[in-house]
Design a protein around this ligand. Structure first.
Ligand code: C5P
Length: 233
């Protein structure tokens, strides 16, 4: 079982999160902890979740001067997480410093993933920050910079996956949110794709939140996502 599904634990409290995880088998999925849950419950909860056998993607999107990001990345890696992300727009020196800081963990180091352009950004938002490229070009540019700076992959939207996969080698990880089955509510996502299509487009890992966290049977929903993925991989 290749465990391509990463469940976004977008809960506000530790209790809610652990109750939800009681329903899931760590052999069938990985989990993502973002800023809300981490700010509320911190490293203690991360350790508890790892102790239950789950691989944790710590989605804190670090962006700062190289020394600060390197030190924060090392502290995060020492928690025993499986994946960590930083902003590729923080530049080559920042990304290289982060990679170097976790290399001492050898095989145990987490995968280091870059965030390219936030999917909430349109062309005009980029222009307001002084970037004239269109979002697609900027995403490619930052993905190449991330790869050349020693990162293991990038987070990318469903709309960007195909293009990036055609430009980058298979071993460069693409982590894709915005995944929905036909029966799922789209919610605030703008462009969504199904789990099988995302894998066929070249994603390695699919981030799924509400279709599983809000399901009557989260484990049943997870099993469905996993079978859609295995039908094409
Ligand atoms: O509930 P849903 O499946 O939409 O959750 C998707 C998860 O992926 C959320 O945690 C969201 O913050 C995250 N994410 C995203 N789009 C991005 C980056 C992260 O939806 N571009």
């Amino acid at each position: 079982m290749s465990k391509n599904i990463i469940i976004a634990l977008d809960f506000g409290t530790s209790d809610q999160t652990l109750q939800f995880l009681d329903l899931l088998d760590p052999n069938l999925c990985r989990v993502k902890i973002g800023k809300e849950l981490f700010t509320a419950s911190g490293p203690q909860l991360v350790r508890k979740i790892i102790d239950r056998g789950f691989d944790v993607f710590l989605d804190l999107k670090f962006y700062d001067i190289p020394n600060t990001v390197a030190r924060a990345s090392k502290v995060a890696a020492d928690l025993g997480i499986w994946m960590l992300n930083i902003h590729a727009s923080g530049g080559r020196a920042m990304m290289e410093a982060a990679r170097e800081s976790i290399d001492s963990l050898g095989d145990q180091r987490p995968l280091l993933i870059g965030v390219t352009v936030l999917t909430s950004f349109l062309k005009e938002d980029l222009e307001q920050t002084g970037i004239q490229s269109c979002p697609e070009d900027q995403v490619s540019k930052l993905a190449f910079l991330a790869r050349d700076s020693g990162l293991d992959g990038v987070v990318c939207s469903a709309a960007e996956t195909k293009l990036l996969r055609s430009q980058l080698q298979d071993k460069f990880c693409l982590v894709t949110p915005g995944i929905r089955r036909p029966e799922d509510a789209i919610g605030d996502q703008k462009r969504v794709v199904g789990p099988a299509e995302a894998i066929q487009n070249g994603s390695n890992y699919l981030v799924v939140g509400r279709p599983i966290t809000n399901a009557d049977s989260p484990n049943g929903a997870l099993i469905e996502f996993n079978s859609a993925v295995s039908s094409v991989s």
